[in-house]
Design a binder for this molecule. Structure first.
Ligand SMILES: Nc1nc2c(c(=O)[nH]1)N[C@H]1C(S)=C(S)[C@@H](COP(=O)(O)OP(=O)(O)OC[C@H]3O[C@@H](n4cnc5c(N)ncnc54)[C@H](O)[C@@H]3O)O[C@H]1N2
Ligand code: MOO
Length: 397
């Protein structure tokens, strides 16, 4: 086991080696959804831009209020209009979102007002400043609202629109090339012959990449020969910013990916002390980063989640950090441990405890579909009922 790199060291090596691989351009705001900011966004104005009412009601000066005071209405201010200064001793009829007139500092909601011919009476003492949303409550001028390297979400699109921003500088979309390997694989839709299985990693990786907002330039398949593997890799190098592959990275004489990488570029790491996913390989070919994921579908998924997401994000210009862990207590015991860090596919029960799926084979994918995420169990660590372990939901990757 000594030749296996630790999980933490592998993460660090891949993260440290990654650099931005894409250019920049300015896009209309909605087209920038899921794109990555190239610089900090600093607000050049306040949101809201003026003090405004949080309620439909009446604005007045708190100092004018007494329990017997009746306030004539001197002004009506709907949202969208400007206000003139408050006449002392009066109140103004005001609506949610409307400007607070100079001199008013309190809004009383209409449910707490009594209307008579003389004016409006507010029996209960208000709190000074109530129901007023001050200028800059959400964003103030000069505030950094979005950091460089942020993937823009629908919330960011709303936030930027609240500042009147219509276009933004973002990184161009990362172009990813995919290679699947294996003589036994045929595409879904073809007819299976003896010894064959359908290629599921190709579509799964494509879906993962598309979901993350990357462009899948090409998805090639290579037979298990050194020549076919090299030809496919050379083709992908021409057009892709990053290349991912599945299969062919283990030690058998049918595994040709690592050999091809050694021939075409520099291999940085191979074999990590994790289960599933041990024979991951990381290389650079002609300045193009390459991550060779193991072929067993759950090994492909785990290594994509932990390592490919890191490499891809950094290559795309995104600030990278590890996914959020939640400490969750185990709902089961397991005495035996192994010498590799494990990523068990687990569900969180109604009782809040983590339960391992009964099928943990790296060749089985249904377990991932029926689980909520990974329980990270360190090497040589037994699992004890009620003890806490880091849990990583699939949605966090
Ligand atoms: N003697 C040893 N044998 C193996 C070792 C080892 O240390 N010594 N490691 C095992 C581990 S761990 C893993 S993981 C696998 C990884 O092997 P490869 O990455 O070389 O993958 P393949 O051999 O090409 O395929 C493994 C398995 O996955 C299926 N597969 C591959 N690609 C796809 C695909 N696109 N869609 C669906 N299924 C796929 C393939 O048919 C095999 O069953 O090596 C162990 N062996
Ligand atoms: O490391 Mo492999 O992915 O256990 O089968």
């Amino acid at each position: 086991m000594s030749e296996l790199l630790s999980f933490e060291n592998a993460l660090q090596e891949i993260q440290q080696s990654a650099t931005v691989r894409v250019g920049q351009h300015k896009l209309p705001l909605l087209e920038a959804l899921n794109k990555i900011t190239t610089q900090d966004i600093v607000a050049d104005s306040c949101v809201p831009p003026y003090d405004n009412s949080a309620m439909d009601g009446y604005a007045l000066s708190f100092d004018d209020w007494s329990t017997d005071q009746v306030f004539p209405i001197s002004q009506r201010i709907p949202a969208g209009q400007t206000a003139t200064p408050l006449e002392p001793g009066t109140c103004v009829r005001i609506f949610t979102g409307a400007c607070i007139p100079t001199g008013a500092d309190t809004v009383i909601m209409q449910e707490n007002a009594s209307i008579s011919k003389e004016g409006i009476h507010f029996k209960d003492r208000p709190s000074q400043g109530e129901n007023i949303r001050p200028k800059g409550q959400d964003i103030f001028t000069g505030q950094t609202i979005i950091k460089a390297g942020t993937k823009l979400s629908p919330m960011h699109i709303g936030l930027l629109s609240s500042l009147g921003i219509t276009e933004i500088m973002v990184y161009k979309t990362l172009r990813v090339g995919l290679l699947t390997t294996g003589d036994e694989l045929i595409p879904a839709g073809d007819k299976l012959a003896g010894g064959q299985i359908f290629n599921s990693n190709g579509p799964m990786l494509t879906a993962l990449l598309l979901q993350a907002g990357y462009e899948v330039i090409d998805c090639l398949h290579a037979k298990d020969t050194p020549e076919a593997t090299e030809v496919a890799i050379k083709k992908l190098i021409q057009s892709c910013d990053v290349i991912l592959s599945s299969g062919g990275v283990s030690v058998g004489e049918e595994d040709h990916v690592k050999g091809a990488l050694e021939k075409l570029g520099e291999v940085h790491l191979w074999k990590i002390a994790i289960k599933p996913g041990k024979p991951l390989v990381h290389a650079t070919l002609d300045n193009t980063p390459f991550l060779g994921l193991p072929g067993n579908p759950s090994s492909t998924l785990v290594t994509y989640h932990w390592f490919a997401t890191l490499l891809l994000a950094a290559s795309a210009g995104q600030s990278t950090r590890l996914p959020q862990a939640y400490l969750i207590e185990s709902g089961f015991n397991r005495i035996q441990s192994i010498k590799r860090d494990e990523f068990l596919r687990v569900s969180i029960g109604q009782d809040g405890l983590a339960y391992a799926h009964s099928q943990q084979s790296s060749g089985a994918l249904l377990a991932a579909c029926e689980s909520h995420g990974y329980l990270h169990v360190k090497a040589n660590t037994p699992i004890e009922y009620g003890c806490s372990y880091p849990f990583y939901p699939f949605s966090g990757f």
